[in-house]
Design a protein around this ligand. Structure first.
Ligand code: GCO
Ligand code: MG
Length: 408
């Protein structure tokens, strides 16, 4: 069996999805997602210029060897652009494998460990009352878990995940348009003083059963993160996400010594070597890698298995930048993983997105139910794809009030 061709598509409804389609001499094709948010053209170019010319002629069934060939063959290791490109190839090869076997991917991993996988939604508010409305909206829809972010009084501009425009369904629409980033201003002291009380009010309004998550987005130093974690301990968070800059694997030691708040980290990681120390030292409770950014199913499954040895559960990244292909790959892993925790999930499932990526995966009452279609269980409509093209975007940059550049 041979790979005969592969194509890359960039574009989508309000997103620059990077979709890879691998064709074979047996008519079976596979699909993968290489969407690196706000840097989409780079994995696309890597695929087109270097990886696809090598893929042609390879046996698509040898997904492990193909992964090793590209990873080791690049000589320069890791990095989000490479790992997203390898990730798309790997997803597409697993898709082909599933279609050849006539089985959904979770069966190839070891079958189902659960019927539905719990997901969490994003609730946001310009202020706390606004956030309460947003949480209530998701609770009414049956969500059992909600990530909560709100504006901080006296903060000079919108803080993380609180963009200016309110969209439908009480969530805010991020405007990342344009190649030049917007600037947000951050004030650690105000955040540290305000947020623990706000989280406590949310807990008392919604009661003990709601799973409450909060994302610090790498904004605190290790000592500040330890103080913050201690302060929010009575709230009983499901997790505290990215309390410190993620590239320092030792930064969480201090937090761990001072607090039992569950910690989630990893959406910016792209390899097992970014999190092996964290996992082995049991400094975290949830690992947040994404199948797209971290080298596909083959590599992420290794991370999940290592995590399982150390009581670390999964909480895969599921921001809207991931296409339904990545979300499907994660849905299959979530159905199987003995150490599944939760899945981040944003209902941006517009009719346009569903038309571009038809699938039978279901979301109901805050749970995702994976489809039994062979492979990933998601298709790609090339006619629909022709409607879209690339539109440059950027993440905001963050500065302290004196102008010092900080972590977005
Ligand atoms: C999350 C993340 C995102 C990121 C985004 C960057 O927890 O979902 O923090 O909101 O900011 O994915 O591209
Ligand atoms: Mg996050």
């Amino acid at each position: 069996m041979k790979i005969t061709d592969a194509k890359v598509f960039v574009g989508g409804p309000a997103k620059n999805y990077v979709t890879l389609k691998i064709m074979t001499d047996q008519g079976v094709y596979g699909l993968g997602d290489a969407t690196l948010n706000n840097r989409e053209t780079l994995p696309a170019a890597y695929l087109q210029d270097y990886l696809i010319p090598n893929l042609i002629g390879m046996d698509p069934r040898n997904s492990e060897d193909i992964w090793q060939f590209f990873y080791r063959g690049a000589y320069f290791r890791r990095g989000p652009i490479s790992m997203a490109a390898f990730g798309a190839i790997d997803m597409a090869l697993w898709d082909i494998k599933g279609k050849l076997a006539g089985m959904p991917l979770y069966q190839l991993f070891g079958g189902k460990s659960r019927d539905g996988a719990m997901v969490y939604a994003h609730a946001t508010g310009a202020d706390l009352e606004d956030l309460m409305d947003s949480i209530a909206h998701y609770v009414e829809q049956g969500y059992k878990a909600v990530r909560v972010q709100c504006g901080i009084p006296g903060m000079p501009s919108a803080s993380y995940a609180v963009p200016e425009t309110k969209g439908e369904g009480k969530h805010y629409i991020s405007d990342f348009s344009g190649i030049r980033p917007k600037v947000e201003v951050w004030d650690t002291d105000r955040y540290m003083r305000y947020m623990p009380g706000a989280l406590a009010e949310i807990r008392s309004r919604f009661g003990p059963d709601l799973k409450i998550l909060h994302d610090v987005h790498h904004r605190l130093l290790p000592r500040e993160a330890a103080e913050f974690a201690k302060a929010v301990e009575p709230v009983g968070l499901y997790w505290l996400e990215d309390p410190t800059p993620a590239e320092d694997q030792d930064a969480l030691r201090l937090l761990r010594q001072h607090s039992t708040v569950p910690v989630a980290i990893g959406e910016v990681f792209n390899s097992i070597y970014d999190c092996n120390k964290l996992i082995e030292a049991e400094l975290i409770d949830f690992i947040r890698v994404a199948v797209t950014y971290a080298g596909g199913i083959t590599h992420v499954k290794r991370i999940v298995d290592l995590a399982g040895l150390h009581h670390v559960r999964t909480g895969f990244h599921g921001a809207p930048s991931h296409s339904p292909l990545c979300m499907a790959a994660q849905a299959h892993l979530n159905a199987w993983a003995p150490n599944f925790g939760i899945q981040e999930y944003l209902v941006l499932g517009t009719p346009e997105c569903d038309a571009l990526f038809p699938s039978e995966h279901q979301m109901e009452n805050g749970m995702v139910y994976v489809s039994d279609a062979p492979g990933l269980g998601v298709d790609f409509d090339e006619k629909e794809a022709a409607r879209y093209s690339y539109a440059p975007g950027s993440h905001p940059v963050v500065r302290l009030q004196d102008g010092t550049l900080w972590n977005y």
